[in-house]
Design a protein. Sequence first.
Length: 125
Amino acid sequence: MLSKRKIEKLISNGLVRGWNDPRLHTVQGLKRRGYTPTMINNFCEDIGVSRKGNENYTSNKKLEFFARKELDANASRVFGVLEPILLNIVNFDEIKNKQIQAPLFPSDPTKGSRTYKLTQKVFVE
């Protein structure tokens, strides 16, 4: 864990841009990374943060757990292919007009779903 003095030295040497640099594990840095205040508050409540005596280490996995927990309830699922490769289905006539239902929120299917239509040309990762 970096002390305040070490972080100030990193800033003065130009290795990081400031207290809100996303590479630093400060509250401002976590917000720049995209963590919401609710995620940070739930994480701090779970590990028991106080103003003094916090020289212990906590795994990032615990913070990521609270991020996943909040996103599971609030962010809908979508599909995306980052590095697409075009795939042509040769025997497409056998599965023509195939539609697939996928829930937007897997933990709560009542929040809606999306229909995907299978075509002869498909992009895969």
